[in-house]
Design a protein around this ligand. Structure first.
Ligand SMILES: [Ca+2]
Length: 306
Protein backbone atom coordinates (compact mmCIF):
# COMPACT_ATOMS: atom_id res chain seq x y z
CA UNK A 1 0.00 0.00 0.00
CA UNK A 2 1.44 3.34 -0.92
CA UNK A 3 1.28 5.70 2.00
CA UNK A 4 0.72 9.40 2.40
CA UNK A 5 3.66 10.93 4.22
CA UNK A 6 2.99 13.65 6.75
CA UNK A 7 4.77 16.06 9.02
CA UNK A 8 2.47 17.53 11.66
CA UNK A 9 3.20 20.85 13.31
CA UNK A 10 0.98 21.30 16.34
CA UNK A 11 0.42 23.45 19.41
CA UNK A 12 -1.08 20.46 21.25
CA UNK A 13 -4.49 21.75 22.21
CA UNK A 14 -7.33 19.25 22.63
CA UNK A 15 -8.44 19.27 19.00
CA UNK A 16 -4.84 18.83 17.86
CA UNK A 17 -4.56 15.67 19.95
CA UNK A 18 -7.82 14.28 18.56
CA UNK A 19 -6.68 15.13 15.02
CA UNK A 20 -3.34 13.38 15.54
CA UNK A 21 -5.05 10.32 17.00
CA UNK A 22 -7.43 10.13 14.06
CA UNK A 23 -4.73 10.62 11.44
CA UNK A 24 -2.27 8.09 12.88
CA UNK A 25 -5.07 5.49 12.84
CA UNK A 26 -5.29 5.71 9.05
CA UNK A 27 -3.50 2.68 7.66
CA UNK A 28 -2.21 4.50 4.61
CA UNK A 29 -0.62 7.34 6.56
CA UNK A 30 3.02 7.57 7.57
CA UNK A 31 3.62 10.36 10.09
CA UNK A 32 7.33 11.00 9.76
CA UNK A 33 7.64 13.74 12.34
CA UNK A 34 5.58 15.80 14.77
CA UNK A 35 6.88 19.23 15.69
CA UNK A 36 5.61 21.17 18.64
CA UNK A 37 4.94 24.90 18.53
CA UNK A 38 5.11 26.33 22.02
CA UNK A 39 3.77 29.70 20.95
CA UNK A 40 0.15 28.76 20.32
CA UNK A 41 -2.63 27.47 22.53
CA UNK A 42 -0.34 25.77 25.04
CA UNK A 43 2.78 26.92 26.86
CA UNK A 44 6.13 25.37 25.90
CA UNK A 45 6.73 22.93 28.72
CA UNK A 46 3.25 21.62 29.58
CA UNK A 47 2.19 21.57 25.94
CA UNK A 48 5.15 19.44 24.91
CA UNK A 49 4.63 17.12 27.89
CA UNK A 50 0.93 16.71 27.02
CA UNK A 51 1.84 15.89 23.44
CA UNK A 52 4.49 13.32 24.38
CA UNK A 53 2.26 11.70 27.01
CA UNK A 54 -0.68 11.60 24.61
CA UNK A 55 1.36 9.90 21.87
CA UNK A 56 2.54 7.30 24.38
CA UNK A 57 -1.03 6.77 25.52
CA UNK A 58 -2.16 6.36 21.92
CA UNK A 59 0.56 3.75 21.46
CA UNK A 60 2.40 5.76 18.82
CA UNK A 61 5.41 7.08 20.69
CA UNK A 62 7.56 5.74 17.87
CA UNK A 63 6.74 8.92 15.93
CA UNK A 64 9.67 11.34 16.40
CA UNK A 65 8.75 14.60 18.14
CA UNK A 66 10.79 17.79 17.97
CA UNK A 67 10.29 20.73 20.24
CA UNK A 68 10.02 24.07 18.53
CA UNK A 69 9.10 27.68 18.62
CA UNK A 70 8.70 29.34 21.96
CA UNK A 71 9.06 32.78 20.43
CA UNK A 72 7.63 34.28 17.29
CA UNK A 73 9.19 35.97 14.31
CA UNK A 74 6.77 38.87 14.51
CA UNK A 75 7.07 41.84 16.82
CA UNK A 76 3.70 41.32 18.42
CA UNK A 77 1.76 38.38 19.70
CA UNK A 78 -2.01 38.54 19.85
CA UNK A 79 -2.76 35.49 21.96
CA UNK A 80 -3.01 36.30 25.68
CA UNK A 81 -0.99 33.80 27.67
CA UNK A 82 -3.89 33.33 30.10
CA UNK A 83 -5.76 31.51 27.34
CA UNK A 84 -3.32 28.61 27.46
CA UNK A 85 -3.98 27.70 31.10
CA UNK A 86 -6.74 25.15 30.49
CA UNK A 87 -4.96 23.46 27.63
CA UNK A 88 -1.73 23.40 29.63
CA UNK A 89 -3.60 21.38 32.24
CA UNK A 90 -5.05 19.13 29.56
CA UNK A 91 -8.52 20.35 30.47
CA UNK A 92 -8.35 18.47 33.75
CA UNK A 93 -7.85 15.07 32.14
CA UNK A 94 -5.38 12.71 33.80
CA UNK A 95 -3.22 10.49 31.67
CA UNK A 96 -0.04 8.72 32.79
CA UNK A 97 3.34 10.37 32.50
CA UNK A 98 5.53 8.68 29.94
CA UNK A 99 9.23 8.42 29.23
CA UNK A 100 8.62 9.69 25.72
CA UNK A 101 11.22 12.34 24.90
CA UNK A 102 11.69 14.88 22.12
CA UNK A 103 14.55 14.69 19.64
CA UNK A 104 17.81 16.40 20.54
CA UNK A 105 17.42 18.75 17.57
CA UNK A 106 14.84 21.54 17.35
CA UNK A 107 11.72 21.59 15.20
CA UNK A 108 12.99 23.61 12.19
CA UNK A 109 16.09 21.45 11.89
CA UNK A 110 14.04 18.27 12.28
CA UNK A 111 11.66 19.42 9.55
CA UNK A 112 14.60 20.11 7.22
CA UNK A 113 16.28 16.77 7.94
CA UNK A 114 13.06 14.82 7.51
CA UNK A 115 12.23 16.49 4.22
CA UNK A 116 15.74 16.19 2.80
CA UNK A 117 15.68 12.48 3.63
CA UNK A 118 12.22 11.93 2.15
CA UNK A 119 12.07 10.09 -1.14
CA UNK A 120 8.44 10.99 -1.76
CA UNK A 121 6.42 14.22 -1.47
CA UNK A 122 5.41 15.07 2.10
CA UNK A 123 2.28 16.85 3.23
CA UNK A 124 2.48 19.24 6.14
CA UNK A 125 -0.48 19.42 8.47
CA UNK A 126 -0.05 22.80 10.15
CA UNK A 127 -2.38 22.99 13.13
CA UNK A 128 -0.47 25.52 15.19
CA UNK A 129 1.20 28.87 14.53
CA UNK A 130 3.42 28.67 11.48
CA UNK A 131 6.70 29.64 13.13
CA UNK A 132 8.45 26.26 12.95
CA UNK A 133 7.59 25.79 9.29
CA UNK A 134 8.65 29.33 8.38
CA UNK A 135 11.98 28.89 10.17
CA UNK A 136 12.59 25.63 8.32
CA UNK A 137 11.86 27.29 4.97
CA UNK A 138 14.26 30.13 5.76
CA UNK A 139 16.91 27.74 7.02
CA UNK A 140 16.77 25.47 3.98
CA UNK A 141 14.70 26.69 1.01
CA UNK A 142 15.52 23.43 -0.77
CA UNK A 143 12.83 21.72 1.32
CA UNK A 144 10.11 23.59 -0.58
CA UNK A 145 10.17 21.17 -3.50
CA UNK A 146 9.75 18.23 -1.10
CA UNK A 147 6.45 19.55 0.28
CA UNK A 148 3.39 18.60 -1.75
CA UNK A 149 1.15 20.93 0.20
CA UNK A 150 0.57 22.69 3.49
CA UNK A 151 -2.86 22.14 5.02
CA UNK A 152 -3.47 24.76 7.61
CA UNK A 153 -6.04 25.79 10.13
CA UNK A 154 -7.16 29.35 9.40
CA UNK A 155 -6.21 31.43 6.41
CA UNK A 156 -9.25 33.19 5.08
CA UNK A 157 -8.28 35.93 2.63
CA UNK A 158 -11.85 37.18 2.58
CA UNK A 159 -11.81 38.15 6.23
CA UNK A 160 -11.30 41.68 7.36
CA UNK A 161 -7.64 42.51 7.51
CA UNK A 162 -7.55 43.76 11.07
CA UNK A 163 -5.47 41.47 13.25
CA UNK A 164 -8.09 41.26 15.94
CA UNK A 165 -10.62 39.83 13.49
CA UNK A 166 -8.44 36.89 12.61
CA UNK A 167 -9.30 33.70 14.39
CA UNK A 168 -6.89 31.38 12.64
CA UNK A 169 -3.39 30.43 13.67
CA UNK A 170 -1.96 32.82 11.12
CA UNK A 171 -2.46 35.78 13.43
CA UNK A 172 -0.09 34.44 16.09
CA UNK A 173 2.97 35.01 13.98
CA UNK A 174 2.26 37.17 10.99
CA UNK A 175 5.86 37.25 9.79
CA UNK A 176 5.92 33.44 9.78
CA UNK A 177 2.61 33.43 7.92
CA UNK A 178 4.03 35.71 5.24
CA UNK A 179 7.06 33.45 4.79
CA UNK A 180 4.88 30.35 4.41
CA UNK A 181 2.40 31.99 2.04
CA UNK A 182 5.15 33.48 -0.07
CA UNK A 183 7.11 30.25 -0.34
CA UNK A 184 5.23 29.04 -3.40
CA UNK A 185 4.19 25.83 -1.63
CA UNK A 186 0.58 24.90 -2.49
CA UNK A 187 -1.61 25.86 0.44
CA UNK A 188 -5.00 24.55 1.44
CA UNK A 189 -6.67 26.41 4.26
CA UNK A 190 -9.65 25.62 6.45
CA UNK A 191 -11.02 28.93 7.65
CA UNK A 192 -13.25 29.28 10.68
CA UNK A 193 -16.77 29.25 9.21
CA UNK A 194 -16.11 25.77 7.84
CA UNK A 195 -15.54 24.13 11.17
CA UNK A 196 -18.46 25.21 13.25
CA UNK A 197 -20.47 23.48 14.47
CA UNK A 198 -18.44 20.30 14.48
CA UNK A 199 -20.87 17.46 13.83
CA UNK A 200 -19.08 14.53 15.44
CA UNK A 201 -19.56 15.38 19.09
CA UNK A 202 -23.09 14.14 19.64
CA UNK A 203 -22.79 10.83 17.77
CA UNK A 204 -19.60 10.22 19.68
CA UNK A 205 -21.29 10.88 22.99
CA UNK A 206 -24.12 8.54 22.01
CA UNK A 207 -21.59 5.80 21.36
CA UNK A 208 -20.09 6.34 24.78
CA UNK A 209 -23.25 5.04 26.38
CA UNK A 210 -23.30 1.86 24.41
CA UNK A 211 -19.69 0.91 23.89
CA UNK A 212 -17.10 -0.45 26.25
CA UNK A 213 -14.19 1.78 25.36
CA UNK A 214 -10.52 1.18 25.82
CA UNK A 215 -8.20 3.76 27.36
CA UNK A 216 -7.21 5.60 24.20
CA UNK A 217 -10.82 5.95 23.04
CA UNK A 218 -11.93 7.02 26.51
CA UNK A 219 -9.25 9.66 26.46
CA UNK A 220 -10.43 10.87 23.04
CA UNK A 221 -14.00 11.07 24.30
CA UNK A 222 -12.82 13.11 27.31
CA UNK A 223 -10.92 15.43 24.99
CA UNK A 224 -14.23 16.10 23.33
CA UNK A 225 -16.21 16.34 26.51
CA UNK A 226 -14.14 18.19 29.11
CA UNK A 227 -13.43 21.38 27.19
CA UNK A 228 -17.10 21.54 26.30
CA UNK A 229 -18.18 21.19 29.93
CA UNK A 230 -15.55 23.57 31.26
CA UNK A 231 -16.60 26.17 28.73
CA UNK A 232 -20.20 25.62 29.82
CA UNK A 233 -21.33 23.98 26.63
CA UNK A 234 -20.18 26.83 24.48
CA UNK A 235 -19.81 25.34 21.00
CA UNK A 236 -16.07 24.92 20.79
CA UNK A 237 -14.12 24.91 17.62
CA UNK A 238 -12.86 21.47 16.57
CA UNK A 239 -10.95 23.09 13.85
CA UNK A 240 -7.77 21.05 13.61
CA UNK A 241 -9.72 17.83 13.19
CA UNK A 242 -11.30 19.21 10.04
CA UNK A 243 -7.96 20.36 8.72
CA UNK A 244 -6.59 16.85 9.23
CA UNK A 245 -9.63 15.41 7.45
CA UNK A 246 -9.17 17.76 4.50
CA UNK A 247 -5.45 16.98 4.32
CA UNK A 248 -6.02 13.24 4.38
CA UNK A 249 -8.76 13.30 1.76
CA UNK A 250 -7.01 15.82 -0.45
CA UNK A 251 -10.06 18.07 -0.40
CA UNK A 252 -12.28 15.29 -1.82
CA UNK A 253 -15.28 15.75 0.44
CA UNK A 254 -15.65 19.45 0.18
CA UNK A 255 -19.01 19.45 -1.57
CA UNK A 256 -17.70 21.37 -4.51
CA UNK A 257 -17.73 24.58 -2.57
CA UNK A 258 -14.02 24.65 -2.41
CA UNK A 259 -12.82 27.93 -3.75
CA UNK A 260 -9.65 28.79 -5.46
CA UNK A 261 -8.54 32.18 -4.34
CA UNK A 262 -5.83 33.95 -6.19
CA UNK A 263 -3.79 35.46 -3.41
CA UNK A 264 -2.23 38.02 -5.70
CA UNK A 265 -5.64 39.12 -6.94
CA UNK A 266 -6.94 39.31 -3.37
CA UNK A 267 -4.00 41.54 -2.50
CA UNK A 268 -5.46 44.32 -4.60
CA UNK A 269 -8.46 44.47 -2.33
CA UNK A 270 -7.11 43.45 1.04
CA UNK A 271 -3.74 45.14 0.97
CA UNK A 272 -1.64 43.28 3.52
CA UNK A 273 -0.90 40.25 5.60
CA UNK A 274 -1.05 37.10 3.51
CA UNK A 275 -2.08 38.81 0.32
CA UNK A 276 1.21 40.23 -0.75
CA UNK A 277 2.02 37.13 -2.73
CA UNK A 278 3.96 37.98 -5.83
CA UNK A 279 3.82 34.81 -7.88
CA UNK A 280 0.06 34.63 -8.02
CA UNK A 281 -0.17 31.00 -6.99
CA UNK A 282 -3.47 29.90 -5.63
CA UNK A 283 -4.73 29.09 -2.21
CA UNK A 284 -7.42 26.48 -1.82
CA UNK A 285 -9.80 27.65 0.83
CA UNK A 286 -12.28 25.07 2.08
CA UNK A 287 -15.66 26.56 2.81
CA UNK A 288 -17.74 23.47 3.42
CA UNK A 289 -17.09 19.83 4.13
CA UNK A 290 -19.42 16.91 3.53
CA UNK A 291 -20.35 16.38 7.16
CA UNK A 292 -21.93 12.96 6.61
CA UNK A 293 -18.71 11.59 5.20
CA UNK A 294 -16.77 13.25 7.98
CA UNK A 295 -18.91 11.80 10.76
CA UNK A 296 -18.94 8.33 9.27
CA UNK A 297 -15.23 8.23 8.62
CA UNK A 298 -14.42 9.72 12.00
CA UNK A 299 -16.57 7.30 13.97
CA UNK A 300 -15.50 4.31 11.85
CA UNK A 301 -11.90 5.16 12.65
CA UNK A 302 -12.42 5.69 16.36
CA UNK A 303 -14.61 2.63 16.80
CA UNK A 304 -13.15 0.35 14.16
CA UNK A 305 -12.40 -2.43 16.63
CA UNK A 306 -15.78 -2.47 18.32
CA1 LIG B 1 -3.96 23.70 17.17
Amino acid sequence: MSKQSFIIDTDADFDDLIAIYWLQKQKDVDIKLITFAGNGWTSPEPGLRNLLNSLAYFGCDDIPVASGAQVILSATHTLPQSTTALADELWGIDIPNSDNKPLEIGAPEAICQTLHAATEPVKILAIGPLTNIAMAIVQSPGIIKKISGIYLTGGNPNQSISESSYVGNERYDIVATRIVYNSGIPICSVPSPTCKPFPVRDPLFDCLHTEELRDAEKYISLLFKHPQEIEENRELYMWDILTAFVAYHERKHTKGIQEQVDIHEAAKHKSELIYEHKTGHTLHMITEIDKQVLVKHFLDTIFEEY
